[in-house]
Design a protein around this ligand. Sequence first.
Ligand SMILES: NC(=O)c1ccc[n+]([C@@H]2O[C@H](COP(=O)([O-])OP(=O)(O)OC[C@H]3O[C@@H](n4cnc5c(N)ncnc54)[C@H](OP(=O)(O)O)[C@@H]3O)[C@@H](O)[C@H]2O)c1
Length: 226
Amino acid sequence: MKPPKVLLIGAHGRTGRLIAQRLHHESLPFRAMLRKSAHKSEFAAMGAEIVLSDLTNDFCHAFDDITHVIYAAGSAQTESVHEQRAIDRDAVMRTADYARRRRVQQLVVISALSAFDPAHSGFALRHYSRMKREADEYVAHRGVPYAILRPGPLSDEPAHGAIALADAHTEHKPEVSRADVARIAVQCVSSGIGNRMIAFVGGDESIDSVIDALRHEPIHAAPTSL
Ligand SMILES: NC(=O)c1ccc[n+]([C@@H]2O[C@H](COP(=O)([O-])OP(=O)(O)OC[C@H]3O[C@@H](n4cnc5c(N)ncnc54)[C@H](OP(=O)(O)O)[C@@H]3O)[C@@H](O)[C@H]2O)c1
């Protein structure tokens, strides 16, 4: 068994940076994927390896010696349907392909709660949600152990350490902090949680208990219902 090494894609994003800090805090070796060399020093200071790549290019080389992958990149809200397709769908699919080729032990993808039902998302979110949904379906069927996270609206509030599980029918969607999303993403790596889709919003169920309960549920060979 190879020693763990995490590839963090989208490391310089708001959630990505919080994931990097948690990986560092938990002494989990990681490689930060960035697109701008100006951002290197922040991650080098955490002892991370750095790989520079734009997600619209081939980034297969970033997967050398990697055991776990966290995909935290995303198109910015102001970006076009072209960017949404490229970053929220196509690059996620390529990540799953590379992960399978390299026999990665766990792929964690940050999707979105709206991926349950893109057709009923508000107009501004509809295409983005469809891209997230198509990426999720692909990941779940690619044959790599996966954890797909579907958070509701994100905030930059401090970590709460707690969430509320959600599903396709959840109507009340309190914001969940990026720090709590980061914590869940890293726990999916460190707990070896297997094939899961975890949808959540802000709430009061302790993240540790939620992850612990999921770890003890049987892992199905077939993809979880998405
Ligand atoms: N906003 C919400 O309320 C919400 C709700 C649910 C789920 N989500 C999802 O949660 C995840 C994290 O969101 P966030 O708001 O923390 O993200 P964010 O701050 O917008 O960061 C996105 C990251 O993606 C990177 N990126 C974008 N295009 C790229 C490209 N072509 N090549 C390489 N990297 C690229 C950016 O790189 P640079 O740093 O170089 O710009 C940035 O680091 C995303 O997948 C998002 O869709 C968001």
